[in-house]
Design a protein. Sequence first.
Length: 326
Amino acid sequence: MGRNVNGKPVLVRDALNSSDGIPSNEISPPCSKPINAYNYGEFLPLQKITDELMIEEYLGDLFNEKDRNMILAMALNRVIRPTAMYNIKTWYENYALSLQWPELPLKSQNISNLLAKVGDSDIPSMFMGKMFRSLGTKRTLMYDLTSFSSYSQLINLLEYGYIRDDSDLPQLNLSMIVDKEKGIPVMYDIYPESIVAVTTFKNTIKKIEAHEMENYTLVMDRGFFSKSNIEELIHEKIPFIMPATMALKSVKELMSSAQKDVESPEYLHKFNKKPIFVKPVTLEQKEFKVEGYCFYDPKREMEEKNAFYSRLYDVKEKLEETAIPE
């Protein structure tokens, strides 16, 4: 392969290696190779969210600039590409963060020192207070409690207790409150496994009040349904939404009574374009009286029946296959 230069055939390889015989106006400048490439795409949406929630500003009130940026870098890593703490420095150097916040000391020891500083202070509580105050009032807050297992021997909150994940490891409890409208967590707390759910729940309510949150509705799952929790909510005058369980005899009686006429046309509604029956009911106990609703979904009933009979058939078939001939 070649090309014609000044009327003479010249090999492309030779032409590339030499500029002899080629007019200066035809010689292209040498192409520079990129020294570094940085990832912007995943970072920019999160930076926008951080700005809208004023997280950088709140952290700036609690940390110096270097520590604030280290906290933000670690938080962004958890969202973008979670990695072990000793690998965060390598991750950070390949992202646009290293241009916006250059020379962050993200070595393992520096990270450990910063996290210890945060854990031994009231900084988390102060930050959550700022988040609560930014929400205003008349909010819907969703509350839940879960546990985490760990092999660590350095976390003094870890204890053996009720096993939820079949790991047979010590655990700690994490409670969290999420703002429904914004879809973000606004408060968390951790407790030893030995602290019962009722105590955890009461402590959470006290902390919400300490942050001067008012006119909110608390949403919980059926795991919190108990007489003591309901009494606490009523005593504190907190509106709440919580599914009932059959743990209370009065709930069983109420459900039996409601089934008699729950399919009456007066209770018929549409939810997501599907029919559902909703009957107002009142749960009465000696200690309290709570207004609620009994729901009946015909489609869900049919789906659960089909699923039950399908499993029943599978079990029956396996038993017949393994039956010992007489």
